[in-house]
Unconditional design. Structure first.
Length: 400
């Protein structure tokens, strides 16, 4: 999903049910895409070791040579467009690596990597609501859960199959229906947690659905059965593995649906949304909380909130993670010396009684509005130059 001047490019994802012939052709394409990606990565890695640079044009020339060899002649049997797109994706991965925005690209695995292929306009035909891919004689049987924007056609199409065996097609289109919402004065501070997924500065608390916990027993049973199957590529093990994947997919679908509903509502109701800049990848290193934090999906919540705010002309402000939102009295500004995680309510010397999470959300809102008004910083003052921060990022308490 991306935003450019005047319009939004948006991906519309649908389930589809391929015929046996389509499934076989797409599976071959997935395998060829993975093979080309790995061959190109290997070539670039060897060149990197020799302090040489290989770019997309050179790997594209290599692909032409590979197709002419007896060993890799099967690469010519599938559409060439997904193979070229794989090389472009590798180029992007190296661009991020050289820009120090990502780690060195990794080889794709037959069992673990995502099975997908990307087609550009020269490799598919979309007419009258029917999508036909290159090398396929029939259009895909797509479950149109929602219509594409009227009068638009996809610019790229990505076909994928998840670990649960479900087939998806994602179409990237210009969506003229996404426009900035009317400007409002409403602003809200949002404090994330585990007992309550979100606590708003208005005092509203949104319960944590705990999607993974609901299916934990079924997941444990399925994983136990999988562990007892003989390792290898046997049909019984594949069936057990798919059962585990289906449970994970059900959990993921419910979680994503809930986050979409929450973020859409918050963006529609508020002009300014203030959140805390948490380092979730560090917080999940706490073994006793990793499962609960991962299930809450704070990073995914923030990602959705940010791109939807960009779509609709809203503003998301991330307050510094060292800001003592829980220890600061939102009434008089007094900073408490200690605030253990088991303290959920506390009374300030000024007489104000605070709910810990609501108070944190109010402080986040005040800090965010200060940034908007005058660019003020929200990092607390240090006791000594170069010393430790006056307050550290908190790790949520463990929930039963």
């Amino acid at each position: 999903m991306s935003v450019t001047v005047g319009h939004v490019k948006r991906a519309f994802k649908y389930r589809f049910h391929p015929t046996d012939a389509q499934a076989a052709e797409l599976s071959r394409t997935f395998g060829c895409v993975r093979k080309v990606y790995n061959l190109a990565l290997e070539a670039r890695t060897w060149s990197w070791a020799r302090q040489e640079r290989v770019n997309y044009n050179q790997t594209s020339a290599m692909l032409t040579v590979w197709k002419k060899t007896e060993e890799l002649a099967y690469l010519s049997e599938v559409s060439s467009v997904p193979l070229q797109q794989a090389l472009r994706h590798l180029q992007v991965a190296f661009t991020h690596f050289f820009g120090k925005r990502a780690k060195y690209p990794r080889f794709k695995s037959r069992k673990k990597s995502r099975r997908s292929a990307e087609y550009t306009t020269s490799a598919f035909r979309y007419r009258d609501g029917k999508l036909t891919l290159a090398k396929l004689s029939e259009p895909l049987d797509i479950v149109w859960s929602r219509a594409l924007p009227e009068g638009v056609s996809p610019s790229t199409v990505t076909v994928s199959q998840d670990a649960a065996g479900r087939w998806f097609v994602s179409m990237l289109c210009d969506d003229p229906s996404v426009k900035p919402l009317p400007v409002t004065d409403a602003a809200v501070g949002i404090d994330v947690g585990l007992n309550h997924l979100l606590t708003l500065s208005t005092g509203e608390k949104i319960a944590n659905p705990r999607h993974e916990r609901r299916d934990r027993a079924a997941l444990a049973k399925a994983q136990s059965r999988l562990s007892k199957k003989a390792k290898g590529d046997g049909a019984n093990r594949a069936k057990a593995r798919r059962k585990v994947a289906k449970i994970h997919a059900r959990i993921t679908d419910r979680r994503r649906d809930n986050l979409h509903k929450l973020t859409t509502r918050l963006v529609r109701e508020n002009q300014t949304l203030v959140i805390e800049d948490l380092t979730v990848r560090n917080m999940v290193k706490n073994r006793s909380l990793a499962r609960a934090i991962s299930d809450a999906a704070w990073s995914e919540f923030r990602s959705m909130l940010e791109y939807k705010a960009q779509w609709y002309g809203r503003e998301v402000i991330a307050v510094d993670r060292w800001f003592p939102s829980s220890k600061l009295c939102s009434n008089c500004g007094t900073l408490a010396e200690r605030m253990p995680l088991n303290v959920r309510e506390w009374t300030c010397d000024c007489g104000a009684t605070h709910d810990r999470d609501v108070n944190a959300a109010k402080n986040l809102l005040a800090a965010g509005l200060a940034v908007t008004a005058c660019g003020a910083g929200v990092r607390p003052q240090r006791r000594t130059p170069g010393g430790q921060s006056a307050a550290k990022q908190e790790t949520p308490r463990r929930e039963p």
